[in-house]
Design a protein around this ligand. Structure first.
Ligand code: CMC
Length: 427
């Protein structure tokens, strides 16, 4: 491809450099476009716009490829751990054994919440959605950890990143405990990151909690699958919030708010609710017809993706993990059969084939999380917990970039042109 692009508006032609990454589509650098032509570009939803340079995560949506720092998600999910993937995302390379031990130890030393912060929970209604609690409590961290909010100081950024990764399981588990009226369970640093989260969620002070290693491994894998996903809506929200210099706790709270929506992280909750509503395989054709009907707002939740126009590689791992968890817990759920048959029917339907709609990460995750014992309202909170590492890694990457600017999109104004103010009595 040529190394520049030209644009002709009327008689005036202007040239723009084309930049190449290591893989993936080239980008046309249009930063001087407005100065040279007086025009903006128009791309609602950022369908063709790269908003930053990033060396963290690469997706080839046509091929169904997802790489973190170059490593395929399938290999990481199979052979790595969430702590190792977190280190990789934050630092760029896989850790040595000593580096991983030291990182894991550091994270485990930040798992407790300020005791006064625990009092915050009591201000919420018992039926508050865990994501509502997460938005509030994570934002409130900025009021408790002033000693790590100087974003210009790399050491502060590192400590706040570690704090966020470490405290998220405690925050999410406490949100759950509060909703079921059980006492908060304090972190147990002798356990793994994921084992500790399971204990804080399902343990009670009256009994000894034994972590089931298969469940621990399955959940750790789910965390790996959700760790990062390049410039998705919540990550872009974190970057945009951070671009103004806001502290990291506030930025991650903004990311959590964005993740909550059903088109994004809220889809795992919506997908399981949908599968339960379908209930039995004989009802599937009716729901497929509804999803295809332009006059019906219903969509197949857990299906389709802005970037993947092929099978989401995370969904492949998820589907396999369902069976592992069912075998380990000796349970089954008719909803899994509904999911398998719905997938098969949709993938053979011309509407879904033509639009390249495949199962995404959220299609099977709810089935696993439900089998482990999480209520549907916790699903998106778990996504937020895991995605926190991606958010902080992306936020750090942005703040470390010397060319970083405040994010400030332009618009195509369609409102009234200038007009004189009319006093209220004359309107
Ligand atoms: N069911 C039925 N039709 C669909 C679906 C679906 N799940 N997804 C997309 N379509 C259709 C859509 O109606 C549109 O048709 P047309 O071109 O005739 O107007 C076409 O496919 C393209 O869809 P779009 O909404 O323009 O695509 P998008 O890239 O803006 O949206 C999406 C991507 C993920 C929001 C969308 O596929 C969706 O709403 N899926 C269901 C929600 C979901 O599972 N979200 C989780 C995404 S993965 C995890 C995450 O990122 O958080």
């Amino acid at each position: 491809m040529s190394d520049s692009a030209s644009l002709k508006i009327g008689d005036k032609e202007s040239g723009y450099p084309i930049r190449s990454g290591t893989i993936g589509p080239d980008v046309i650098d249009i930063r001087k476009l407005y100065a040279e032509t007086g025009c903006f570009t128009y791309d609602p939803g950022f369908t063709s716009t790269a908003s930053c340079d990033s060396a963290l995560t690469y997706i080839d949506g046509d091929e169904g490829v997802l790489l973190h720092r170059g490593y395929p998600i399938g290999e990481l999910a199979e052979d790595s751990s969430f702590m190792e993937v977190s280190y990789l995302l934050l630092n760029g390379e896989l850790p040595s054994k000593d580096e991983l031990d030291s990182f894991t130890y550091t994270i485990s030393r930040h798992t407790m919440l300020h005791e006064q912060l625990m009092q915050f929970y009591r201000g919420f209604r018992r039926d508050a959605h865990p994501m509502a609690i997460m938005c509030g409590v994570v934002g409130a961290l900025s009021a408790f950890y002033h000693d790590s909010t100087d974003i210009a100081d790399p050491e502060h950024r590192k400590i706040s990143s570690h704090r966020l990764i470490a405290k998220m399981p405690t925050i999410a588990a406490a949100a759950y405990k509060y909703s079921v009226g059980q006492p908060f369970v304090y972190p147990d640093n002798s356990l793994s990151y994921t084992g500790n989260f399971l204990k804080m969620t399902f343990g009670v002070p009256a009994e000894k909690y034994e972590v089931n290693p298969v469940v621990e491994r399955a959940l750790d894998r789910i965390f790996i699958l959700h760790a990062d996903h390049e410039q998705n809506a919540s990550t872009s929200t974190v970057r945009l919030a951070g671009s103004s210099g806001a502290n990291p706790f506030a930025c991650i709270a903004a990311g959590i708010a964005c993740l909550w929506g059903p088109a994004h992280g809220g889809a795992n909750e919506a997908a399981l609710n949908m599968l339960r509503e379908i209930g039995t395989p004989d009802k599937i054709p009716h729901y497929i017809e509804r999803a295809k009907d332009k006059n019906d707002p219903f969509r197949l939740m857990g299906f389709g993706h802005r970037v993947y126009k092929n099978y989401d590689p995370r969904a492949t791992v998820m589907q396999k993990t369902v069976r592992e968890v069912f075998d380990a817990l000796k349970v089954s759920d008719p909803v899994f059969e509904v999911a398998l048959q719905l997938e098969e029917m949709a993938l053979n339907d011309p509407y879904f084939i033509e639009k390249k709609l495949f199962p995404n990460v959220d299609f099977y995750s709810g089935v696993i999380l439900s089998a482990i014992g999480f209520p549907t309202t916790m699903f998106t909170a778990l996504f937020a917990l895991a995605r926190t590492v991606g958010w902080v890694a992306q936020w750090n990457e942005m703040i470390s970039d010397p060319g970083q600017k405040i994010g400030r999109p332009r618009q195509l104004y369609t409102g009234p042109t200038q007009r004189p103010y009319v006093e209220i009595g004359k309107r």
